[in-house]
Structures are given as structure tokens and as C-alpha cells.
Design a protein around this ligand. Structure first.
Ligand SMILES: *Cc1c(COP(=O)(O)O)cnc(C)c1O
Length: 393
């Protein structure tokens, strides 16, 4: 499978369902995050194809906005960045998930910075870098309580003593990751900040200096930037216009970058009592018009949204009815007079034409609530089949 979505021209005749990516919003979100983070340098996290927004166009915009470094989760995700001229080769890319020793060759080839969390890996990377005459940069990863990756705080000093002596590797960063930065209760978050601070100080006292000290995900930037920004921000979800949770004290003023739209592909007028879609799970309660739209669960409109999600047409909400199919689903538009080809907004906003004033909107938080998950999973779940169209570049 390809790791990146394809980019399509604005007028794309082969598919009427598109994800529109507003790059001006991405820029504005980045600026809002950096301002909240005391204007510290930033490593925007563009893993998972920039949370479904398309890694190369997003990386290009973020670098132009002043991103110091780019963050991905796996080395393979950096491949499209390194093979595209829109992202200068000099821009450092850090892989925020610790590598296996056998990844050394690829990290050298793609010139990637890595998480230092295992001595076996450090030795393999050092050997490969020496063999090819390169110098790799690394970030010492401390497990301050997330217990996902990194070395334990009490191991840090000994690790640095051994690792810093390895040839052709420079450990110029130290980092950790927060488990609860987006929760209202900041108790455990403070515990992690304190452990990190103490560990970094111990290393400093022993003579190890780091150019990049980083921990702040979106939640930490939003609520606790004065203590958690350190010398590099590491935001993800907020770039794309979502706060990590509804529990933040001071949410970031960011707006969704992705909207999702399609158009009505066919219409049928049905009398009362007619079933709609697989399993006949919906029955028309009265004479009504059913509109079919070409988007389904293979696009990321999850089947579990059946009976829950709605769409916007002509400034009004209408419910998706009947089982969501792989490629299509149906909308009960009542007696509304829409034609085939009418725009249907799945995620995004429309000017209200009904009783609600101003704008009506549906965003990834709405789906996340309906599916009992988080906006991250919604955004990364919009599949590669949906063309990404870039506006305001
Ligand atoms: C995903 C990730 C981030 C970004 O987190 P958000 O909550 O999306 O801001 C930062 N650091 C690491 C190590 C990550 O894995």
C-alpha cells in the first residue's frame, strides 16, 4: 500500500467525492500553535500522511511557515518527502518512533534523525553511519511515564555515557511524550514534566548539552506551554484544526483544514413504508425523496455511523438513512427540491438556509462522538481512495 494520498487538480472528473484541504487554514493553525508555545521552534508532526491531509503539500507549507524540523512515525513515511523537491533535502526529518537495528541503512539513505532508546540500535546505526561516512542525528528518548517507548530516567546518564562515545552519531535532542496532556486533571502530566526536567538537568550537570529539548504535543502546547514548551514544540492534531480533547482549559483557536464533499448521484421518490439499503434497516416513514451519494465506508464514512450521521445540502441538515454501503449511502431529503449534481457537504460548513443563524457545520468531533472515538481516528480514517484537492496554496 502507498503511504501517501495522491494529489488531484481542482476539477477532477473521475471522482465527485473529494477531501478539500485548505492550506491557508493549515498556515493559520501553525501560527496559532507557535504563538501559544511562546514562539519556540516547532517540529510539526506529519505522521500518517499528515493525519490524512497529504504529507508532501502539508510539509511544504509548514516548512515555508518556519518549521524547524518535521516529525513522522516511521522511516517509510519520510520517503515521499525525500523524493519530492517541494521539501528541501536540508530540512531535518525526525522519526518519533524508535527504529529497529536493521533500519540503519534506510535512515542513512534518507538522512533521518532517530529516537535513541536502545543501545543495540545505537551500535547498528553508528556502524552503518561510519561505513557510509555519514553523521546521523539522534534524540535521546526518555520514558517519563507513558510507558510506550524510551529508556527509564535512571538509565539516562549511563546510556548517554556509552552512546555519546559511538562514532558518527550526534545526540542533539532529548525528548519524552505525555500520556495525559489533554486531560483536565494535570496531576500526572506535572509528574512527567518533573521527571523530564530532573533527568535533563542530571544530564546537563554531567556535561551533556542538547540543542532540542522537546515534549509538547498539542495538549501540552494548548494548556501548559510555559512549562512544557522547552526548546521545540511537537504538535500534531492542532495543526489540522482540532484540539486533542474537549477537556482543555484553554483550547487553541484552530479551524479544521479538511472538508469532505460529494454530490447527489441519483434521486428517487418513494412512498411510505419502503425499505432503504442493505438489511432494510430504514423504512420511509412517509412519502419522501431519497438521494444517493457516492461515498461509503471504504472512503472513511464508517459503517457504524449508520443511523447517526447527517450531511448538509443547501444550507440544511439531512440524515443519512439505511446501512452505509462500501461506496454509497442514502440521504432522506424529504420534500426538498434538489437536483442530481447538487453539492453535499459531509464534513465542513455551509451557510445556513434554515432557522439556525449563520453557519451550520459538521466536523470530525461530531463523528468521533457518534463513534466513541477521537478526531485523530476520523481524520486518519479518510482513505486514500478520496482524492485530496488543495486550495489556498
Ligand atoms: C503523534 C505524536 C505527537 C503529536 O501529538 P498530538 O496529540 O497530535 O499533538 C507528538 N509526539 C509524538 C511522539 C507522537 O507520537
Amino acid at each position: 500500500m502507498n503511504y501517501t494520498t495522491r494529489e488531484y487538480p481542482q476539477e477532477y472528473p473521475l471522482r465527485t467525492t473529494v477531501a478539500e484541504i485548505d492550506l491557508e487554514r493549515l498556515r493559520a493553525n501553525f501560527r496559532a500553535i507557535v504563538a501559544r508555545g511562546n514562539h519556540a521552534p516547532a517540529m510539526p508532526v506529519i505522521k500518517a500522511d499528515a493525519y490524512g491531509h497529504g504529507i508532501v503539500p502539508c510539509a511544504e507549507v509548514l516548512v515555508r511557515e518556519g518549521a524547524q524540523m518535521l516529525g513522522v512515525a516511521f522511516a517509510a513515511e519520510a520517503e515521499p518527502l525525500r523524493s519530492d523537491r517541494r521539501v528541501p533535502y536540508e530540512v531535518p526529518i525526525a522519526v518519533v518512533t524508535p527504529p529497529f537495528p536493521h533500519g540503519a541503512q534506510e535512515y542513512c539513505r534518507l538522512n533521518l534523525e532517530f529516537c535513541a532508546a536502545s543501545m543495540t540500535t545505537m551500535q547498528a546505526f553508528s556502524a552503518e553511519a561510519s561505513r557510509t561516512g555519514r553523521n546521523l542525528h539522534a534524540h535521546l528518548t526518555i520514558d517519563t511515564g507513558m510507558h510506550r517507548d524510551g529508556i527509564q530516567p535512571h538509565e539516562a546518564l549511563e546510556f548517554m555515557r556509552v552512546a555519546s562515545a559511538l562514532p558518527n552519531i550526534t545526540i542533539h535532542g532529548v525528548c519524552t511524550h505525555f500520556a495525559t496532556a489533554d486531560e483536565a486533571d494535570k496531576h500526572y502530566f506535572h509528574t512527567q514534566v518533573e521527571r523530564f526536567r530532573t533527568t535533563v538537568q542530571t544530564l546537563r550537570d554531567a556535561g551533556f548539552a542538547f540543542r532540542f529539548i522537546h515534549a509538547a504535543n498539542s495538549g501540552a502546547v494548548a494548556d501548559s506551554s510555559t512549562e512544557a514548551a522547552f526548546t521545540l514544540l511537537r504538535p500534531g492534531i492542532a495543526l489540522y484544526g482540532y484540539n486533542p480533547s474537549g477537556e482543555l482549559t484553554t483550547p487553541l483557536d484552530v479551524k479544521p483544514v479538511m472538508s469532505l464533499k460529494t454530490s447527489i448521484i441519483s434521486l428517487r421518490r418513494l412512498s411510505a413504508g419502503e425499505p432503504v439499503s442493505y438489511g432494510r434497516r430504514y423504512t420511509t416513514p412517509r412519502e419522501t425523496t431519497i438521494a444517493t451519494i457516492p461515498i461509503g465506508y471504504a472512503d472513511g464514512l464508517r459503517r457504524n455511523l449508520t443511523g447517526k450521521a447527517r450531511v448538509m445540502i443547501g444550507g440544511q441538515y439531512f440524515p443519512i438513512v439505511g446501512t452505509i454501503c462500501m461506496d454509497q449511502c442514502m440521504v432522506d431529503i424529504g420534500d426538498a427540491d434538489f437536483q442530481v449534481g447538487e453539492t453535499v457537504q459531509i464534513l465542513g460548513s455551509q451557510k445556513s438556509s434554515g432557522s439556525e443563524q449563520g453557519e451550520i457545520r459538521i466536523d470530525a468531533n461530531d463523528w468521533a462522538q457518534q463513534l466513541r472515538t477521537i478526531p485523530y481516528e476520523i481524520l486518519t480514517g479518510i482513505t486514500a481512495r478520496v482524492p485530496r484537492i488543495y486550495v489556498n496554496s
